[in-house]
Design a protein around this ligand. Sequence first.
Ligand SMILES: [Zn+2]
Ligand SMILES: [Zn+2]
Length: 474
Amino acid sequence: MLSVVRVHLPSEIPIVGCEITPYVLLRRPDGAVSTNDVPETAPADGQFMRYRWYRIQSDRKVPICSVHPMEQATIQCLGCLKSKIPVAKSYHCSAKCFSDAWQHHKVLHERASSALNENGAEEEELFGRFGSGGSGVLSTAGSGSLSNFGQSPGVNNGPVPFYPSGTDKNSGETWFEVGRSRTYTPTADDIGHALKFECVAVDSEKKSPIGPSTSIMTSRVIPAPTPTPRRLIQVNGDVLGHLDLDSQISSLGTFTVLSYNILADAYATTDAYSYCPTWALTWNYRRQNLLREIIGYHADIICLQEVQVNHFEDFFSPELDKHGYQALYKKRTTEVYSGNPMAIDGCATFFRRDKFSHVKKYEVEFNKAAQSLTDAIIPAAQKRVALSRLIKDNIALIAVLEAKFGNHGAENPGKRQLLCVANTHINVHQDLKDVKLWEVHTLLKGLEKIAVSADIPMLVCGDFNSTPGRCICI
Ligand SMILES: [Zn+2]
Ligand SMILES: [Zn+2]
């Protein structure tokens, strides 16, 4: 018989716009235990899993601080109300909280007024993720219009009836069914309310439960915090001074490049980032912020490091494809690594299809280079020690692209305008400076061969785990 073995949530605190994917372990009718779903469309032995999500609306609901999601709000910014900023953003837990947040908070007012100046066209883009429920979100249960219980555009939580599923008169709680899928994306209407996830095995013929249902409650849904603007460091002009920029620009045209280590989910542990709340470390929360920021830079070429295999395939490749980018990927080697095979990270390079086309891809595995180096010059007795120091699973991804823009063939008619882009993640350990240096040296030697053979300009991106003036500075 199909049954639920275990259910748990990646984080207790749901966030608006951030999909919740509960971990559901099932025992299938043949006895196998698996996390694979058994949906109605593919029943197992005449049985399937039914999922329900409920919003629990209480009369005792309280507004929540927009900066400190665990704190109750005590004051509200009237400027937000005037500017029609989503009301959840206007709440603060104390006067100090409000004044501390002012530098960032006032950006909301500025954006809102510029959005209004442009006939509100930008407003949907800026605040769309808070849902269309907007200013109605903190009305008490029952006083909102029915349209407040609809879904935000673009959120697929399955078909949902717009009526309460049950009311407990004593506690003043009303349950609204909000989703019928295994996953659920909280909307602005859920802010301040707890959610309940329920799953039960069902008979395909009778459509009735064949066992007890398993349910799990979340904490109150919080609004997505407003991202803090980045404090970017201006690169000193002297660094670029020795490049003959004018002639490069005239022959190639200009393009923009972004290099970004996104911190793989496997490394975003509560041990390593104990100062960070658990919900902010969950991948579903981080990935939407990463995507929004990465796309926001509108770079022509994007070099990402620490991209897990599964996140490249399920998320970054399809999402960036929607924004006109083609993707290339190289995962780390795994001679040292011993964790989850899907959580292996690597380097991903994306380029705009309208600006570049892909010509060739080279993969550098520093483990292989270590092997040939030790074979060639290290005496047999010291080989093992040398290899264990150099073999660190690091890699580089090299892409040769052809520009579809610029001053084509002006100097050499018929010549293709090629560009070589390297993307790497150099070893992190501070006590392995020689290894860092050797890895970069190996990469540059490889690039030199490509450059000499084809006379191609080079772009070397990556996370070198080194700052200017340290052992690696290129
Ligand atoms: Zn305000
Ligand atoms: Zn606060």
